[in-house]
Design a protein around this ligand. Sequence first.
Ligand SMILES: Nc1nc2c(c(=O)[nH]1)N[C@H]1C(S)=C(S)[C@@H](COP(=O)(O)O)O[C@H]1N2
Ligand SMILES: [Mo]
Length: 407
Amino acid sequence: MVRDAEPGVIRRAHAWMSRPLPPPPAVLRQGPFRRGAFDTRGRSPRLTSLLGIALGVAFTICFATGLISHLIQHPPFWFGWPSRPVGLYRVTQGVHVATGLASVPLLGAKLWSVYPRLFAWPPVRDPANAIERASIAVLVAAALFQVISGVLNVARWYTPMPFFFTAGHYWAAWLAIGALLTHLGVKLPIVRTALSRRTPDHSAAGTLSRRGLLGTVGVAAGLITVATAGQTVAPLGPVSVLAPRRPGSGPQDLPVNKTAGGAGVRDAILDPAYRLTVVGPARTQTLSLTDLAGLAQHTVVLPISCVEGWSAVGTWTGVRLRDLVALAGADPDDAEAYVESLEARGRYRTTTVPPPHIRDPFTLLALRLGGEPLHPDHGYPARLIAPNRPGVLQTKWVGRITVRSAS
Ligand SMILES: Nc1nc2c(c(=O)[nH]1)N[C@H]1C(S)=C(S)[C@@H](COP(=O)(O)O)O[C@H]1N2
Ligand SMILES: [Mo]
């Protein structure tokens, strides 16, 4: 609404934006553009609003949890992530994947409920309407991109994605949330009216009632959640037909992300000349496996929580990272460590362990899993395991640790 008190330029801009465009030639009004081309049974502003609210909630939670995961992996100076509770990331990332998957049927139903409007006549009424329609195009494209690329990542099928998944998924998330907020701003009054007035259910005579449709979408979202939650919630494992990784599968009852063969480290990790190098501000330590086994050993029960949504708990035994930091002559209460794998190449061959995780006595350089030496695929001879961290940061086949003061 434009009031007299508003500055002249806003008033003029508003007038320009709502200036009607010339009507399109009538000969174009064919096919889906025909009047009455679509059966409106089952579709209503109320249904569209309800689906929109559900989708908005799912998308917002998915965005927030995805942003957390991104910030942990690429922390800007202002961001800190605690080491406790140990399973917090497991929950946030599980929720990220679950809300993303629940969006699949919601998005499908929502697009079905509105797609006849793609053929609204006239296609654009005025400049404001053109901008609104363009923002919907961005929203639909970004939402489809997020859902499809996310599902492909969970399925570990990268062939259809000729870009680096993480970067594409991150930037499209901002597009999606921006377009979503714009869309919400535009549609809020319509949603209010649609939900305050009980509109008659036109579809009563049709094949599918509104309640039936909402029920179907709800059940579909629920089924998809159950069919994937098993990758985190062990008792659901047997019904989790969509979960690519399940707790209890893989060597030592733990799923494997990248194998020793795949990482090209088979020879390096079995070499009797293996030494762990710990570089500190005061001195550099070179430790053999016997040396490592001679240090104080600790056992922790911690999950691996992969960004792809699966997670599984292991019982890890090894040396506290803070003890290694002290051995290298740094203060374990004020240090960070750069951990490098024997893996020569690969995106996940290094990681930085921030001060909260160095301080935490649960953070280990693990030598054993479930009481046995680590399986080669789980990072033999030594791997990082820290509480409340994404799986990608739990570096396997560790060869070198560089410790520096955090302040
Ligand atoms: N060196 C190295 N460490 C790595 C990876 C890797 O590719 N290279 N993958 C990470 C990922 S993405 C996960 S989820 C965990 C999985 O550990 P697991 O295979 O022992 O279950 O290892 C992490 N450590
Ligand atoms: Mo992972």
